[in-house]
Each structure stands twice: as C-alpha cells, then as structure tokens.
Design a protein around this ligand. Structure first.
Ligand code: SF4
Ligand code: SF4
Length: 443
C-alpha cells in the first residue's frame, strides 16, 4: 500500500532551529521534522520506524483522494459519541440568576427552575442512555444554569441521586458545577464533595474594573469576593477560571494573572480557560466582542494563552475549534438538558429549534441518533473539497449554532479558514519557543 502526506496537515514553517513544524487537524498534534513531510515520506532512505510512526499518527495516508479522506474524517467524527466511554450530561438546574450579565444566552430563554419531576427523572434518563451505549463506563454530570447555587438543596439532591444510580449500574461518577461562585457557604462545598463533586467552573469577565462592570451583586462588584472564594476551592476541587475574552478583557488579562498570584491558588488544580464570547444580537455590549472569524480574536487567544502559560498556569482554549462538538455526533457523548427536561444537542441553544432539540428526558425511548448530520455536513462542504481544505476535521463547515444565528440555516458553510490557520500557526510559535510550557496548554 502506498502512502502520501495527509491532506489534513497545516505547515507551520520552520522553528528557530530550522526544523519543519506541522499541525495535524485530525489528531490535533504538532510535530517537528528535520525536513519536509512529503520528501521524508518519498525518500528511499527514510528509517522504517519513522515511516511507521508517521502512518500511525495519520501524518501519512493511504487515501486516494481528498474526498476519501473527508469521508473517513466524517465517519470518525460523527461516530465518536457512540464509542465514547464517558457520557456527559449538562443539567440546567435553573435558568434564573442572581447576576444580570448582558451577554448571557439565557437572556433569550424563559427564566425558570427545573421542576421536581424533571430533577427526579434525571437518574432514570441516565440509566436509559447508559444502557443504550455499551461503551459507557463513566457518567459526568455538570450542574448548569443560570446560577445553580440559587438551588443548593436541589444541587445536592441531584448529585446524590445520580451518584446512587451510577453505583447501581457499576459506572464511575464524576460531577462538576458551572457557577458564578457566589452564595454558597463552606458547608455546601463539603457536602457536594462528599456527593461526587470534583470540578468547579467560575466565570471571570476581565480585570477587576471590567469584570465588575458586568458582574455585580446587590450593586457591588464581585471580582474580589470571587477570587477570595476560589483560592480555597482550588485545594479541594479541580477549578476552571473561565476568562471570557473580548476587546476589553483581553487588555486586562495580565492584571488578572497578577491578581491570581497573590491569592494562594493551588496551581496544580487550577486551569485558566479562555473563550472568546460570540457577538449576539441581544447583547447590548456587542461592540466589545470579537467577530467569530477575526484575526483580532485569534491574536487575543494567542497573547493571553502565552501570558498565562508563562506565569506558570495550566491554560485551556475552549471553542477554539468548533465543531467537532456534540452536534456533529450521530449519538452525542454530551447532552444538554434544559429545565423543562428538553434535550439539546448544543450548549448554546435553549429553545425548541428542531435542528438542535432532541426530545425530553421523560421520553420512554433513548435519544434517537441524528444519522442525517453526516449528509448535512458533506452537502455544505463543496468549497472545502474544491479547496482541499486542511482544516476540515476542526471545522466541518463551521459551528451549526452560529450558522443558524448568522444565516438562518445550518445547511451552509461558515468559513473561518484564515482565522483558524493563523491561530494554529500562533500556537505553533508558542510551542517552538518553549515546548515544556506548551505542555500545559489544552485545546
Ligand atoms: S453547534 Fe456550535 S455552539 Fe453548539 S456545541 Fe457545537 S460548536 Fe458549540
Ligand atoms: S468551511 Fe472553510 S475552513 Fe471550514 S473546512 Fe470548509 S474551507 Fe475549510
């Protein structure tokens, strides 16, 4: 069988020592090679072990054409959920909140608590889904809002009931909470840890001044109280400080990292999570936000990631490549449950949009597979095929939820090629400068 260079490789140029750096969009890995990948693959004297390594890592492919590679990638990505050993369930305890952030996507949804009947249905839903997926060994429950800490008793009851259900099914259980961090006493955190809570994610909107302009509680800023709370939490939980990137917050990132240094965080347990928030029409602060396809957004990701890594933090870039995501899997390994029990295949869609909603947790049958998604993506990929775009595995014609907002349909492509390529090269530059520091970056 003959092999050639995979079409899903981005050439990131030479590193300072003259080695060639490539990024594989299928495996999401970088590699440094002494020469050009295609030349290495074709040279008769190349070590057989090197060739084997390149084949295994999908740097080389036996596929005859780009179309064949694209179909293989689609097979792999759309089937990923069915083979996943973990089932992740994001449960919206309430869409109510004690803050009033202008950009919150819940501003577009009815504010309500999940009723007792829906909370009680969750363990049975998890049983039904886990039994329909033989590969599942672990359940991850994420308590989501609004602000879940407005309903602390309900949060503890949900943790207990799902933990018991998992024990009964001999499945591992791990839970997290996405919260603004305010309003829970130490007793709550102790009880939640006992009931399986391992991860806490809180949101930061910038340096103190910028954050406090967005996130106020009873008229006062929340930045100081939040950092004071999170330092001790990082001793017990894996803590994600999700830093929303926009034009204002990007400028203040250095100040934020400086503030963390003085607060006694357990760095081994703490990740800084960077995410550029999308501009959306109901957000009155829309001018602050980067357009989804702008180099400005890419520059902010790269500059803040590098600053966080250099200060010794673990950094995660989230929604950098979108999709693949829960929407692009026939049987997603992650699901979002709205307070009314409705199931969504997208973390950002909270309405009954038929492109994204998938029944209710009270339905008798397990979630139906979305076999049509493969054809929808391939139908929109005409330009990707014509251009033999190397980014297909990290783009797949773009984020369906963003397409729906921007174009009114998911059956089209939203191309961000220049933006994604530049971002990959920026990451390659950070890696070239210091591979050890780069190991602390997840994306
Ligand atoms: S459709 Fe877009 S916003 Fe929704 S989960 Fe997928 S990538 Fe994220
Ligand atoms: S939409 Fe653009 S960036 Fe995405 S795979 Fe197609 S050509 Fe590439």
């Amino acid at each position: 069988m003959s092999f050639r260079k995979s079409s899903f490789i981005v050439d990131c140029g030479r590193d300072p020592e003259g080695k060639r750096q490539y990024f594989n969009t299928l495996s999401r890995k970088f590699i440094l090679l002494p020469g050009e990948l295609e030349a290495l693959a074709a040279a008769p004297g190349t070590d057989a072990r090197v060739l084997e390594f390149l084949k295994k890592g999908k740097w080389l492919t036996p596929a005859a054409s780009y179309e064949e590679e694209l179909r293989d990638a689609l097979d792999l990505i759309t089937a990923a959920g069915s083979g996943s050993s973990a089932l992740s369930v994001v449960f919206t305890v309430t869409t109510k909140c004690n803050l009033n952030c202008s950009y919150c996507f819940q501003n577009n949804a009815e504010r309500m608590d999940a009723p007792a009947g829906i909370c009680a249905a969750l363990p049975g839903f998890i049983r039904k889904e886990a039994q329909a997926r033989p590969a599942v060994k672990k359940v991850r429950l994420s308590l989501f809002g609004g602000e879940p800490l407005l309903r602390q008793e309900a949060c503890l009851a949900l943790l207990d009931s799902v933990q018991r259900e998992c024990a009964d099914l001999s499945l591992q259980f791990e839970a997290g909470i996405v919260t603004n961090g305010l309003g829970a006493a130490p007793d709550f955190w102790r009880a939640a840890a006992k009931s399986g809570l391992k991860k806490v994610q809180v949101t930061i909107d910038g340096s103190e001044k910028v954050h406090d302009a967005f996130r106020r509680l009873n008229g006062a800023g929340t930045y100081g109280p939040l950092l004071a709370l999170c330092g001790p939490l990082s001793e017990t939980f894996q803590l994600s400080l999700k830093y929303n990137l926009n034009r204002r917050s990007a400028e203040g990132f250095g100040e934020f990292v400086g503030d963390l240094a003085a607060r006694g965080f357990n760095k081994a347990n703490t990740h800084i999570v960077l995410e550029a928030v999308k501009a959306i029409d109901y957000n009155e602060a829309g001018d602050y936000y980067f357009p989804a396809d702008s180099n400005e957004a890419g520059d902010a990701y790269a500059a803040c990631a590098e600053a966080g890594l250099r200060a010794g933090w673990q950094v995660t870039l989230t929604h950098l490549f979108q999709p693949p995501c829960m929407y692009t899997q026939v049987r997603p390994s992650s699901l979002v449950i709205r307070p009314d029990g409705g199931i969504s295949r997208c973390i950002s869609v909270y309405n009954d949009d038929t492109d994204f909603s998938a029944g209710n947790i009270t339905d008798a049958a397990p979630l139906p597979g979305n076999a049509a998604i493969r054809a929808v993506i391939e139908d929109g990929a005409g330009n990707c095929k014509a251009a033999k775009c190397p980014l297909f595995p990290v783009c797949m014609t773009g984020c369906p939820s963003h397409k729906k907002l921007k174009f009114g349909t998911i059956k089209t492509a939203f191309c961000r090629r220049a933006h994604i390529e530049k971002t990959i090269k920026d990451l390659g530059r950070i890696r070239s400068k210091d591979p050890k520091v780069f190991e602390r970056l997840e994306f």
